[in-house]
Design a protein around this ligand. Structure first.
Ligand code: RIB
Length: 292
């Protein structure tokens, strides 16, 4: 069983389903409202655990009822929460999601996720040292992503950086990470001075650009390769990227080839969109293997 350490956000998703998305100054009637666990870090931790990894979460929650529910959800999914602390007088992170017209729009309020500082993460250095793969995203402070990328390089632990949501990254961070998985929008922010083709060429077998239902692209040192995804009936795309990243981390940590790992990740992500909620459709290992 591979050991995955996830450093990132844990939130509660407040999800409104509606036929249409309101424009500025407009009010529309929604169909339903649901509260479900989310946050990119937590989603990736839960997805990796369902795929059979031993998963340790490093993060923060608020001292509110969402925080209690988030911790309970981790435990139910077999994620170790020894390194997830409730922060006094602080709200848990929340994501305010509208599902309309076949896609989602999300506003994230970081809350306690802002307390995942370099100083906080440093306390778990001995755990990070033992990881087969560290997974990180960007719903936590920028300096933490910088610190973790340096730390993983120093400790020689592979780091998979999911640069979501988009924000620019220094060349040092990009160079230190072992794998980077932007979607097309995030790739344009990361590599704003060049085309995605040249960015892929500059980082062979390291940068994987995800393109939703079209799969994922990378450069293998010789040519650009697209690993296609799978056609499914889409209910909710929230969390598909997180499932992809978790599955990719698990497969690479297990020693699968890059192509096999991307197929595994595409398969897991395609299953995740067939049910409601970021974590609702995240598959377990046997579901992915049966489909492959
Ligand atoms: O990646 C999906 C996640 O992004 C949601 O669960 C929501 O919490 C937002 O942060």
């Amino acid at each position: 069983m591979v050991k995955i350490v996830v450093i990132g956000s844990s939130s509660m998703d407040l999800v409104v389903t509606s036929d249409q998305r309101p424009g500025a100054g407009e009010t529309v009637l929604g169909r339903s409202f649901k509260t479900v666990p989310g946050g990119k870090g937590a989603n990736q931790a839960v997805a990796a655990a369902r795929l059979g990894a031993e998963v340790y979460m490093i993060g923060c929650v608020g001292d509110d009822h969402y925080g209690t529910a988030i911790l309970e959800n981790f435990k139910q999914n077999g994620v170790d929460v020894t390194n997830v602390e409730p922060i006094t007088d602080t709200e848990s992170g929340t994501a305010h999601i509208i599902l309309a017209e076949g896609d989602n729009s999300i506003v994230v309020v970081k809350g306690a996720n802002d307390s995942v500082t370099p100083h906080y993460v440093k306390k778990s250095e001995s755990l990070i040292k033992q990881a087969d793969m560290v997974l990180i995203q960007q719903e936590i402070p920028e300096e933490t992503v910088e610190y973790v990328s340096e730390l993983c390089k120093e400790l020689d632990v592979p780091l998979l950086l999911n640069p979501a949501p988009a924000r620019p990254l220094s060349k040092e961070v990009i160079d230190s990470a072992s794998y980077i998985t932007p979607n097309e929008h995030e790739a344009a922010v990361l590599f704003d001075d060049r085309s995605t083709e040249s960015a892929l060429k500059q980082y062979p077998n390291k940068v994987f650009i995800t393109e939703g239902k079209n799969g994922a692209r990378y450069f293998d040192g010789d040519k650009e390769i697209t690993v296609p995804s799978y056609r499914v009936e889409v209910i909710d795309t929230t969390g598909a990227g997180d499932t992809f990243n978790a599955a990719l981390a698990v497969a690479l940590a297990e020693g699968k080839s890059i192509t096999e790992s991307l197929q595994f990740a595409n398969r897991a992500a395609s299953l995740s969109v067939t049910k409601f909620g970021a974590q609702g459709g995240m598959p377990n290992r046997s579901e992915v293997e049966e489909c492959l």
